[in-house]
Design a protein around this ligand. Structure first.
Ligand SMILES: [Fe+2]
Ligand SMILES: [Fe+2]
Length: 185
C-alpha cells in the first residue's frame, strides 16, 4: 500500500488533524528557518499509522523490526510514530530528520533536532486541541522554539500526571534536557 493510500484510509477526523498540524508546521518552519518541505512532510506523515488497531500495531512493528519495549507492549498506540517513520523511510520519502521527528512525535526524546521539536509542538498546539494554555504555547513556540518545546513537554507531563498515566522513558530524558527551561510546578 502506498503512503497516499494509507492517508486516504484515515478518517476525516484524523485528516483534519493532520492538515492543522501541517499548518502549524508551516508557521513554525517560517518562524525558525526550517526546511518547509521537511516540515510539511513530517506533519503529513506523523499519524499515518494512528488508526491501526492495537493487534495490527504490534504485528506491523514486528514486521518492521521495531523494538517493542515494556511501555509499547502495555500501550501499542505508542508504536504509531515509529511505524509511520519506517513506512516513510521504506518509501524513500524524507530524510533522517523527518523520520526521527515522526518516530518521536508522541514521547519526544533527548537530542531532538529543531524539526523534531517542531513536530512535537505542532501535534500539541494545533487549533483542534482544546485546553486553556494552547494558544499561548503556540505563540511562545513561534518566538522561541526550544522554550515552546519545553513548555509543551511540561504541559504533557502535567496532563499525564493528572490522568495518572506513566511517563515514557524517552519523555523523561526529553524533560531532563529542559530542566533549565521549565519552572517547577
Ligand atoms: Fe500521533
Ligand atoms: Fe497527531
Amino acid at each position: 500500500m502506498t503512503l497516499e493510500e494509507r492517508f486516504g484510509q484515515l478518517s476525516q477526523y484524523r485528516r483534519d488533524h493532520i492538515a492543522r498540524v501541517m499548518d502549524v508546521m508551516e508557521a513554525l518552519a517560517n518562524a525558525h528557518g526550517l526546511a518547509l518541505e521537511d516540515a510539511c512532510l513530517a506533519g503529513w506523515g506523523h499519524d499515518l499509522a494512528r488508526e491501526l488497531a492495537r493487534p495490527d500495531l504490534k504485528a506491523q512493528a514486528q514486521y518492521l523490526k521495531i523494538p517493542i519495549g515494556l511501555e509499547e507492549a502495555a500501550e501499542p498506540v505508542l508504536l504509531h510514530g515509529p511505524i509511520a517513520a519506517q513506512w516513510l523511510k521504506r518509501a524513500g520519502r524524507g530524510n533522517e530528520s523527518v523520520w526521527t521527528a515522526i518516530r518521536f512525535h508522541t514521547t519526544a526524546a533527548a537530542g531532538l533536532d529543531s524539526l523534531g521539536q517542531a513536530l512535537f509542538i505542532a501535534d500539541g498546539v494545533e487549533p483542534g486541541r482544546q485546553y486553556p494554555e494552547r494558544a499561548a504555547l503556540f505563540e511562545l513556540s513561534l518566538r522561541d522554539l526550544k522554550a515552546g518545546y519545553c513548555a509543551v513537554l511540561d504541559q504533557t507531563r502535567r496532563y499525564l500526571l493528572w490522568r495518572a498515566l506513566p511517563l515514557h522513558p524517552d519523555m523523561h530524558k526529553a524533560l531532563a534536557e529542559c530542566a533549565d527551561h521549565v519552572t517547577a510546578t
